[in-house]
Design a protein around this ligand. Structure first.
Ligand code: ADP
Length: 350
């Protein structure tokens, strides 16, 4: 999943968005290739096994799948695995890349029977393109208007039966008609530390690195529940081990790496802490709207919502309410702000 187009600046160590260079150089070796290699997300994997098997046995295209969840959790990997397990090719593209209906029609036209069309960031498709997709996924047909004005002609082209796999960081941004056209929908969750530790050990083997069990657990605990982050931090630890350590990855090297990158005990970085302290101090604990927060921090609203908030919420440090974001008691404790009265309500904290 790539960052929003408006986003600039260097990649943070904890950034769960894909870095194109990183993807090109090492990702292929680390990506799980089939459902057996895919660690965690047990419910998703178990159900997919059934759907894949059933589609294969029927010799038909599998139903359309929507994968929702924060960046770096394995949506693209899963789309590739679905194609692999179905024994068909995958045609990857992304919402912002398909600018006109004609672009989508051309892609659809090039598909073969039962193939997978993967649209990453599907919530960023524009409306006209999206409407062409409706009939394509529902009736395996493309309806296009050729020309303009009174001479305009409508053409309808039949398509092969294919499987659309859509990925989105926020299901809430999908229009209802589009969302309803996916018969299979999965919400991907952050990984548990033991699952991440397993991914880290597997990646270390692929990168030919020795890592102790304790070191993999320490790294997993501070990797934001996100495989892409875990893999990136593993590479940084490899650098520190090479230059400053004994070469192999032990707990000491992992701690040194994470400290040097400014990543704390629970895996938060500088920006996470700025978000929390801004809500706590500048906005008196909240509630504060995400736009105000974005202005105060100089960070894109989308990035705050897609990247930072889900993990802060998951750790119980921040809450989204109808009125805006508030910092929780646990969030304040994490910042080292002590509260006198255990029983005080959020509204009267300050
Ligand atoms: P997304 O599309 O959700 O942003 P990706 O599928 O590109 O995420 O995953 C990022 C990287 O994380 C992959 O290249 C792979 O190395 C690793 N990864 C993701 N999910 C898993 C998993 N379940 N098991 C092992 N590695 C994973």
């Amino acid at each position: 999943m790539s960052p929003p187009p408006t986003r600039g600046g260097p990649l943070r160590p904890l950034d769960p968005y894909a870095d194109p260079e990183e993807t090109r150089r090492e990702d292929p070796a680390l990506r799980p290739r089939n459902l057996d290699e895919y660690v965690g997300q047990k419910r998703v994997v178990d159900n997919l096994r059934v759907y894949v098997r059933a589609a294969r046995d029927r010799g038909d295209a599998m139903d359309h799948v929507l994968l929702c969840g924060p960046p770096g959790l394995g949506k693209t990997s899963l789309a590739r695995i679905i194609a692999e397990e179905l024994g068909v090719d995958i045609r990857p593209t992304s919402g912002p890349v398909i600018e006109r209906s004609g672009d989508l029609a051309a892609i659809l036209n090039s598909l073969n029977e039962r193939e997978v069309l993967f649209i990453d960031e599907i919530h960023r498709l524009n409306r006209t393109v999206e409407e062409v997709l409706y009939s394509a996924v529902e009736d395996f047909r493309v309806d296009l208007m050729l020309g303009q004005g009174p001479g305009a002609q409508s053409v309808s082209m039949p398509l092969p039966r294919f499987t659309l796999v859509g990925a989105t960081t926020r299901a809430g941004l999908l229009t209802r008609p589009l969302r309803e056209r996916f018969q299979i929908q999965f919400n991907m969750d952050f990984y548990e530390p033991d699952e991440l530790a397993e991914i880290i050990r597997r990646s270390a083997r692929r990168l030919d690195l020795g890592i102790s069990e304790a070191a993999s657990v320490e790294l997993a605990r501070r990797s934001r529940g996100t495989p892409r982050v875990a893999n990136r931090l593993l590479r940084r630890a490899r650098d520190f081990a090479h230059v400053e350590g004994a070469g192999s990855l032990d707990t000491g090297v992992i701690r040194l790496t994470l400290d040097r990158l400014g990543i704390d005990e629970v895996g938060l970085d500088e920006m996470d802490r700025r978000i929390l302290s801004s809500i706590a101090i500048k906005f008196s604990g909240g509630p504060v709207g995400v736009d105000n927060l974005s202005t105060a921090l100089g960070e894109e609203r989308d990035v705050i919502e897609d990247v930072y908030e889900p993990y802060l919420i998951r750790l119980g440090l921040l809450q989204r309410t109808r009125q805006g974001r508030i910092i929780t008691r646990r969030g304040l404790t994490h910042l080292g702000i002590d509260l006198p009265d255990e029983g005080s309500s959020q509204g009267s904290l300050f």
